[in-house]
Write a protein that binds this ligand. Structure first.
Ligand SMILES: *[C@@H]1O[C@H](CO)[C@@H](O)[C@H](O)[C@H]1NC(C)=O
Length: 494
């Protein structure tokens, strides 16, 4: 018997409803949650609690909490047989699982099935290259380009007889490069993007720099290639979440400024990278309410904000669904649209001395003085000012927060820790050097242009304060910086 028209129509409506429920990943949103999966970080530090060890990937795709899964890690670029190697801990690795002959590349067929399950729910799954102890790096651009061809053929839109995830096609590449030189990475990205330019779906390039700006391994690459998003590691670093309330340490504003004025992709999204539990990192873990508060503030303050990255899925699930809790906050804060806060601090006045904590409006940001300063605010990690919010419109605050300078130091910037200018070094906008006894800030990309020279590439920030005075000023006026342990004790950690 033929089905009635009514039941046929309701079946169509049901199918339609199911399709509508799956919203495709949207990189331009402000409420995305990216969670690394693959390393069983929880199991590595809680070996007895096997019930909370990492589950198969599809286990983490059952609700709308997580939007992006970087698979961690492709940890060896050039292994036996010239092929890369992959380690997904208890799920798939070259020791416990079969490998393609002559290689250390494991055959992870069931992961391929899970990748497709997650993609069908509108999530993206990318391949993360590197890790804290990855065996990575290139000798030059040509090696990097042929490696990009390998990655394209093994994991993305190309084809090969040695695809660890079979016919599952990953959605892009994540670079978690924490060692070696930056040689070749820009060429690698360009090559992936040239393969992707003719493809039927979008491929994403992301990176996971340390919060210390610029990133030691990826800094030049971030300035040279187009990233879609960066997951900044605000942990295991002095600029980590534990120091959110210190303008001298918290530097999301520098990353926002990088995104909007230096990155070749001005629409690149910046995520707060956070540990998903206290055992996921040495420093930086925050209670969920604190992380929610920080994420909400950054979402309202900076237009480049893209969401939150967590390390890693096993830790988040074992920690009371930390991923779901932060997702709910980001959703409540609004996934689209950005309203620039008003420039509510008084306008910066050149030549004025400001005490630590003073706030000024200047150049599209509200800045807070890290310590006593009379220099011009700039998004520079060696600078005196921290960009605490983007802003728009005229400065509206009253100018009562400035004070006079301690005698003898008026207008003199600190040049402590600032490298001398070199004619053969490439500088990007915002970088500082010392030259001729003055501190200088690069206005834009420059090489071989002498500070003070006719090219006009450098802003003169004034004569460096003398060492003796500087010591007094620093001792009295600046908060002590915490030591900078980069404690990564285990293999394959982000
Ligand atoms: C890899 O080997 C482990 C241990 O035998 C097994 O539990 C897992 O299912 C295997 N992974 C795949 C993807 O086949």
């Amino acid at each position: 018997m033929a089905p009635s028209l009514a039941s046929f129509l309701s079946a169509v409506a049901l199918v339609g409803a199911r399709v509508l429920l799956v919203s495709a990943f949207d990189n331009s949103r402000y409420d995305n949650v990216a969670v690394y999966w693959g390393q069983n970080s929880y199991g590595a530090v809680n070996s007895a609690d096997t019930g909370n060890w990492q589950k198969p990937l599809a286990f983490y795709c059952q609700d709308d909490a997580i939007d992006v899964f970087p698979l961690a890690f492709l940890n060896v670029f050039f292994g036996p047989g010239g092929e890369p190697s992959l380690n997904l801990a208890n799920t798939c690795n070259p020791t416990d699982n079969a490998t393609f002959p002559g290689t250390n590349l494991p055959i992870c067929t069931s992961v391929g099935t899970d990748i497709k399950t997650c993609q069908a729910k509108g999530k993206i799954v990318t391949l993360s290259l590197g890790g804290a102890t990855g065996s990575v790096g290139f000798t030059g651009d040509s090696q990097a380009e042929s490696f990009a061809d390998t990655i394209w053929n093994l994991f993305l839109g190309g084809s090969s007889s040695t695809r660890p995830f079979g016919d599952a096609v990953l959605d892009g590449v994540d670079l978690d490069i924490e060692g070696g030189t930056s040689t070749g990475y820009a060429a690698f990205i360009n090559r992936i993007q040239s393969h992707a330019s003719g493809a039927s779906k979008k491929y994403y390039i992301t990176g996971a720099p340390q919060c210390v700006y610029p990133d030691a391994s990826l800094g030049g690459v971030l300035n040279a290639a187009k990233f879609d998003a960066i997951y900044v590691q605000f942990y295991n670093n002095p600029c980590g979440l534990q120091n959110f309330n210190q303008a001298s340490n918290w530097d999301f504003g520098i990353w926002d400024n990088w995104a909007r004025t230096i990155s070749p992709n001005p629409n690149v999204k910046v995520y707060i990278g956070a540990p998903a539990s206290s055992s996921a990192a040495g420093t930086g873990y925050q209670s969920i309410s604190t992380l929610q508060n920080i994420a909400t503030q950054m979402r309202k303050a900076f237009p480049s904000f893209g969401g939150v990255m967590l390390w890693d899925a096993s830790q988040a699930y074992a920690n009371n669904r930390y991923d779901l809790a932060i997702k709910n906050t980001l959703t409540a804060d609004g996934g689209t649209g950005f309203t620039f806060p008003a420039c509510s601090a008084p306008a910066f006045v050149s030549g004025t001395a400001y005490t630590a904590g003073s706030k000024v409006s200047y150049n599209g940001y509200i800045w807070e003085a890290k310590w006593w300063s009379s220099s011009t605010p700039s998004a520079n990690s060696n600078g005196d000012w921290s960009a605490i919010s983007a802003c728009a419109g005229p400065a509206t605050g009253s100018s009562s927060s400035s004070s006079s300078a301690p005698s003898g130091t008026s207008g003199s910037p600190s040049c402590s820790g600032v490298a001398a200018w070199s004619s053969s070094t490439v500088y990007t906008g915002g970088q500082q050097v010392s030259y001729g006894g003055h501190l200088w800030t690069a206005k834009w990309w420059t090489e071989g242009d002498t500070p003070g020279g006719s090219a006009g590439a450098w802003q003169d920030d004034g004569a460096c304060v003398s060492r003796r005075v500087e010591a007094v000023v620093e001792r009295e006026l600046s908060a002590p910086l915490p030591s900078r342990p980069r404690t990564v004790s285990r293999l394959f950690r982000l």
